[in-house]
Design a protein around this ligand. Structure first.
Ligand SMILES: Nc1nc2c(ncn2[C@@H]2O[C@H](COP(=O)(O)OP(=O)(O)OP(=O)(O)O)[C@@H](O)[C@H]2O)c(=O)[nH]1
Ligand SMILES: [Mg+2]
Length: 418
């Protein structure tokens, strides 16, 4: 049973959308939604979050639909969780706990698993008493009504140790990652970031041609993955796929995933992927900006990548382009992961970025070597041409690989300029 209790300032449509997102999260976690309840709440009730009357209504609904789990979209205090469980007689969790649960079941790599466990333990610590009473209820029976204070203290201490242990291990992994990143220095790097389900993995799959896990569920990707991407015209870059963001991402989780997102921090450009076909893409876009700023991910260069354009009609495409131009000056491209032709816009934008960072050189080529001259024009960016007596001097930005090929030709001289 889902419960939404947004503040009055949230519009009806948006509140519905938030509840349907909670339903998708529940589905991802393997649950089945049997009903939903909503009440606008400006000052949460200290015991039930929603009003007392609504809580009674919820209890009746839970019984009627035989729900065995109640999920709140809002964050519950440990006390509210406890009172609600007492009233409803079933397990109660909030959105944070649900997201933690999804991450826990989906994390694959050792690092992701440690990050999730750390976030879960930090969430658990202040709620230990309630968890214990919940466990003892499952076991039932007199004499198992929950641990004495000593047991609780022991558990707190054990969890504290484990948290310290995980932190240390994660720091080791982070150091190893830093070394690995260092070895990639020199390559141009881009990182895909964005709301969950926007199509980040699909884009990287389409760009790189390599297999990546894609699914129409939230949080398909939890680990960063880096692939090399051929942009054409001799340009190759590294692109990293990252974990998706979501509204009200639990704070502990954001903190734990910091190191996974280091890849994004050191990227030369952030590709902020937006699902253009989502009715609330603007809210999702805002959420991503917030999480990025929480993470201090302020990479200077950014490109907005509007994805899933194949789902829009041509009229919608036009109005979308106009709207985007009006509200964000960040360069934007409009693509579809399902359409290689449309992806060319992104490839071209990235090629221009890489080119801007290429070494500036003067290449002197015998006037008779038309092929070499054409190569520089085609694969580099010529800024100046001087026709000398027997040679042509081209000042240009040229990929290193191309320079290597050129300097092997008779009479060609390459000279680097500042
Ligand atoms: N129609 C259409 N569907 C797309 C496009 N790109 C992705 N999808 C679908 O959208 C869903 C989510 O795609 P993913 O690539 O897994 O999205 P993601 O951003 O990596 O999601 P997370 O890893 O969960 O953060 C999948 O069902 C994709 O097939 C697109 O351009 N057009
Ligand atoms: Mg993904």
């Amino acid at each position: 049973m889902l419960v939404g209790a947004p503040s009055r300032s949230v519009s009806r449509d948006l509140a519905e959308e938030h509840l349907s997102e909670l339903g998708r999260l529940t589905d991802t976690a393997g649950g089945r939604v049997v009903g939903a309840l909503m009440q606008k709440v400006d000052s949460p009730h200290p015991r039930f979050y929603v009003g007392e009357g609504k809580a009674q209504e919820l209890a009746a609904l839970v019984e009627d639909r035989e729900a065995n789990l109640v999920i709140f979209d809002e964050e519950l205090s440990p006390a509210q969780g406890k009172s609600l469980e007492e009233l409803l007689g079933v397990r109660v969790m909030d959105r944070s706990e649900l997201i933690l649960d999804i991450f826990a079941t989906r994390a694959r790599s050792r690092e992701a698993r440690m990050q999730v466990e750390l976030a879960q333990l930090q969430y658990l610590l202040p709620r230990l008493r309630r968890m214990w009473s919940h466990l003892s209820r499952i076991r039932g029976g007199i004499g198992l009504r929950g641990p004495g204070e000593t047991q609780l203290e022991t558990d707190r201490r054990l969890i504290g140790h484990r948290i310290g242990d995980l932190r240390r291990k994660l720091e080791d992994v982070a150091r190893a990652r830093a070394v690995q990143r260092k070895s990639r220095e020199g390559s141009y790097r881009a990182a895909l970031v964005g709301y969950t389900n926007a199509g980040k993995s699909s884009l990287l799959r389409a760009l790189s041609g390599s297999e990546l896990f894609v699914e129409d569920r939230l949080f398909a990707t939890l680990d960063s993955a880096t692939r090399s991407v051929d942009l054409g015209a001799g340009y190759e870059i590294l692109v990293t796929d990252t974990v998706g963001f979501i509204r009200k991402l639990p704070h502990h989780l954001v903190a734990s995933f910091r190191s996974t997102l280091e890849e994004a921090r050191e990227a030369d450009v952030l590709l902020h992927v937006i699902d253009a076909s989502h009715p609330d893409w603007e809210e999702q876009y805002e959420v991503v900006l917030e999480v990025l700023s929480d993470l201090d991910l302020t990479v200077r260069d950014k490109i907005l990548v509007f994805n899933k354009m194949d789902r829009l009609t041509s009229d919608e495409v036009e109005s979308m382009r106009a709207r985007v131009r009006a509200f964000d000056p960040t360069p934007a491209v409009f693509v579809s992961a399902l359409d290689q032709g449309a992806l060319e816009a992104l490839r071209a934008t990235l090629r221009a970025r890489v080119r801007a960072r290429l070494p500036r050189v003067v290449v002197r080529i015998p006037s008779s070597d038309g092929e070499a001259i054409a190569t520089v024009y085609r694969e580099g960016e010529v800024v100046e041409r001087l026709d000398e007596e027997l040679k042509v001097a081209l000042t240009a930005r040229v990929p290193v690989g191309v320079l290597g090929r050129l300097s092997g030709r008779a009479g060609v001289v390459v000279e680097e300029v500042a």
